[in-house]
Design a protein around this ligand. Sequence first.
Ligand code: ATP
Ligand code: MG
Length: 613
Amino acid sequence: MEGAITNVCYNMLDRNVNNGLGDRVAFYWEGNDPEDHAQITYRELLCEVCKFSNVLKKKGLKKGDSVAIYMPMIFEIIIAMLACARLGIIHSIVFGGYSEEALAERLKGGKCHLLIVGDGVWRGTKLLNLKNIADGAMAICEKQGHNVTSCVVVRHLTPAEEDIVPGGCTDYDEEEIHCVIAKRPYKKLGIHWTEGRDTWWHDEMSSVSDECEPEWMDAEDPLFILYTSGSTGKPKGVLHTQGGYMLFAATTFKYAFDYHLNDIYWCTADVGWITGHTYVCYGPLAYGATSVIFEGVPFYPDPGRFWAIIDKYKVSKFYTAPTAIRSLMKHGDEHVKRYNRESLKVLGTVGEPINPEAWLWYHKVVGNGKCAIVDTFWQTETGGHTLTPLPGATPCKPGSATFPFFGIVATLLTEDGKVIEGEGEGYLVFKQPWPGIMRTVYGNHERFETTYFKKFFGYYCTGDGARRDKDGYLWVTGHIDDMLNVSGHLISTAEVESALIEHSSVAENAVVARPHPIKGECLHCFVTLKDGKTFNSKVIEELKLQVRKKIGALATPDFLQEAPGLPKTRSGKIMRRVLRKIAVGDRNLGDVSTMADESVVDLLFKLRPNDLA
Ligand code: ATP
Ligand code: MG
């Protein structure tokens, strides 16, 4: 669509308001505390977005500049990103759970001189002082010669300006006081303030007009930068553009969720991930949908929270990640069954392969056996769904993402680039471009070419492996680096993991390759048991038997170790590359900037079996 002009924000907001959807709720906000909630209509959202666009203009930002956003799941994160889109400013959103270093890296990488932050956020019972982390990140940037000159702070938890000591900071205070914004008791944040750089969002917004003409953009101009999860290595700064991305976000949203105007849609992803970009913000807004956005976590105040929210808003289309499904499953069915969930029609999943066990639980227990399950395979790079069933139209097989979406030509290749016809397993590649494909790795076009196009000339290489069964269904087995080669046989980690999780004591597990003098590679399995279960030789034997029975003697694990937790990215994906290091006792872990909880690593090193289990 090069040469055509558009404005993504205009399409999300003005167009819907002009078409009579102004009074429709765009988002219901559900706070971390079950009593906190709010809503915003399309007209109100347009008004706030125009105002914030004017703030950005006043700060001297213009088309082609970039802005970083580091915020909780509140309306302002959407307002900020759409205001950028309105002016043709490239947004780079950093998940509000990343560390100072990770944020600093992204500020520099995106050449962002303006940062928009929330003061803090509650996630369950955990309080995060986002502003202090942002201060740390800006200090790191300054040391490295990159200045962030302006920081706009959204007052989410801070009740009054008296709490801010200019240039200094009140100590972290445990005192419980009442918060004006979230209306709930909270711990005083004690944020720092740098005069000249830091300003309050509400102050900025108080003095600007609520009208702002959109900037007309070329279809191929950049829209945003977003970093990949860092599961397989250093995160890549993916660049998406205007026209193609918008079209793909809208179309995949419509068809993969079978969206209709009376639906209430809820995607639990944080806006800081691609799933949040495409399926919290751009896809649903393009269709004038009403969505729920959720600030909290699935376990607060108890593991029934998701289902409570579904009943509260009568959610009909629900989209979450296998990691959430598996961990909720671990807590038993009672928490689900307390709610009726009758409004549900389509249940989606994304992020990792979903094992059949979790798929069936999602279908039978969460969906009362009557909802379509859509296992959507895609990547930060693809912008939207690439493999997915169409609800109600595609007969499903638990654990398979089924078939390619419109416009995607999926092929399986052998290591040396031969096309695999019919049944088989190999590299999952796409044969032709589609509208939402990334256009470059920001600032490093060469990395873009090497990562995705060098290995197999003429194809986009996903880096994932997949199997095609006799009926033509595709089964994504995960990152190709995570595959195992035992005595010359390729085994997928997903397959072994699915076999292990069927054992009644297993909550979660991850399997990696470990060098073996005879077989070349052997299996090392990290197993998290359900609450109250003990890891002993009986369980080990049963698990080995389980794998032998399900897959074959060839896949019998040589090492099984207890894992009280697994190293995961902050988006909840298992980091098998870290587990591979742990398996061989190598403390040189590589880039762990996206790891959620580094403390599990030490624990796993301690529990590591040296000899054959
Ligand atoms: P990095 O590219 O930095 O190593 P990442 O690949 O995990 O990290 P994302 O773009 O967030 O970064 O995730 C895309 C990956 O997630 C896919 O390549 C695939 O491995 C996995 N994935 C996503 N959805 C599915 C799914 N439905 N089934 C199987 N795997 C999935
Ligand atoms: Mg990837």
